[in-house]
Design a protein around this ligand. Structure first.
Ligand SMILES: [Zn+2]
Length: 183
């Protein structure tokens, strides 16, 4: 099974990119492209400007246009679409996590290229994430002598859902802003 992580800023109540383009989640590239084209035509700012001459400027429509663009950018690329699907699936089933674990309570192992972070699951396997995966999410993790230094993108506290390597349990990894701890 592919591994995927969910960051806590995802809002499941939000419309998905699929909702915005009015396509099914298993729609083909061609179907998505066709939907995008008709959606963008009806929401184009030039067209809206003409409409707004007879009515009030419509900020909602402008936002709709941007949402359609964003949805298309993500769904038209197979790699970003796969990552988005992963995030979407995780957000739907990850409401329940087994426990919250602070990053400085994780076991850190230096495996050469990257730092691996572990936390043992009750099934015996581990929840894990490595520094390169964290970097992709915008967190920089470095080891300096015996100290682990973590920098967060906005310097704010956030969390990531980590799946267990074997079972269906998940933990919420709590990341405090700009953390330094010894291991
Ligand atoms: Zn497990």
């Amino acid at each position: 099974m592919e591994r995927c992580f969910t960051q806590s800023n995802y809002n499941p109540v939000q419309k998905t990119h699929y909702d915005i383009l009015s396509v099914k989640e298993d729609a083909s590239y061609e179907e998505i492209r066709a939907s995008y084209r008709s959606a963008i035509l009806s929401a184009h700012p030039d067209k809206l400007r003409r409409i707004s001459e007879i009515s009030d400027p419509d900020h909602e429509s402008q936002e709709r246009f941007l949402n359609i663009q964003k949805a298309w950018e993500v769904l038209s690329n197979s790699k970003s679409r796969a990552a988005y699907d992963c995030e979407l699936r995780a957000s739907r089933r990850d409401v329940i996590t087994a426990e919250d674990v602070r990053l400085d309570k994780m076991i850190v192992e230096d495996v050469g290229e990257v730092l691996e972070l572990f936390h043992q699951c009750r099934c015996g396997d581990y929840f894990s994430v490595d520094s390169s995966e964290l970097r992709e999410m915008g967190y920089s993790l470095e080891k300096n002598e015996n100290k682990i230094l973590l920098r967060t993108p906005d310097g704010i506290r956030s969390s990531i859902i980590l799946p267990c390597g074997s079972c269906s349990l998940k933990i919420r990894l709590i990341i405090d802003a700009d953390l330094s701890f010894s291991n």
